[in-house]
Design a protein around this ligand. Sequence first.
Ligand SMILES: [Zn+2]
Length: 407
Amino acid sequence: MHDLVLKGRFIIGGHVLKGSIGVDGAKISRIALHDLNGRKTLDLRDHIVLPGLIDTHVHLRDFEERKKETVESGTKAALHGGITAVSDIPNTKPPVLDSKTFEKRLELFRRKAYTDYALSFLMRDNCEEARKVKADFYKAFMGASTGEVYSENFEADYSCSPGVLSVHAEEAELIKEKPQRPPEVEERAIERALKVARKLRKPLNVCHVSTSGGINAILRENLPWVSFEVTPHHLLLTKKDYEKNPLLKVYPPLRSEEHVRALWGNFSKIPIIASDHAPHTVEDKERGSAGIPGLETEVALLLDAVNRGIITVFDIVEKMHDNPVRVFGIRGRDFEVGNEATFTVVDLKREWTVKPEEFYTKSKWSPWEGRKLKGKVVMAILRGRVVMEGDEIVGKPEGVRLNVHRG
Ligand SMILES: [Zn+2]
């Protein structure tokens, strides 16, 4: 007799398994093709059960920007969107540039996080502090985004980062000349980052790749220690959408169709899809802040793409679970007996309309407002407990820090 039994269709290792999962405590204790007995049973046969999805690029603000988002509102938004673990990006106010601020961030997540989390540390000429903190990953900006902090010596910051370095690749010098940030601003930064990566041979993750030149350069180099992310907004929106709606200002900017086509043309080779959830108040957006909220739409947009025959549900699991786990060294998350019973449950057939007023994020707008989507996240299970069901967050902030292998 298990504590909990899930009955349904499960995506495990690139296959669909029809059967039952036994859960005891926080862990998966049995995977079976037949029915299992449980003190509690969840009949999910109309749904699909995915391993708990992970978003490797999320800005949760808080600290002095609680108006824009808090760890509480942002991680509730994540659960609502089917994300069971988030990677926090450190360009907060104040930024996470020293061990004291890192400890504060950690304490905040311990008290307030509804999802599991990985915490990062911002690299900028602060090697000593970086070695002290034992962050789950590190972040560098080659040019400023929100928060103005960027590396003056990218190679030195990359070289001394003690773990995986996620990099925002836009050239600071070129941004000064070309504030509209045309494709070359990213393409040149990516080429420079790759050149350093070839020399240093240590883990690098290029964030939100948006250009044809950028993705092609990474794929051409094909360095096994270099990974990259693409956002749903760079896949699904273009520069034309921005020209119609100035709220779609984001760094790197939305691109012309030629670049969007290059991303889709290489879709199978994109390792990670991450939202770059970047919440601002609507007033701040109207004043020109860059960033798009994405936590509550990303999985649904991908499910809708599955329904339109563009991608498969296996792509979602690969790019939002399997590869994040591999690239960032996250342990205990594979869909296996003995691992954490953390799942994202989706209904591929459910049709719904995007209504930002129903979001948990404080950023109550969306590029997809009013859009009808087919496919919805209906439940999230965190270590054996249902924590989100039918748009409701159930329970307390029970997120824990991911078990990251730090080199
Ligand atoms: Zn970002």
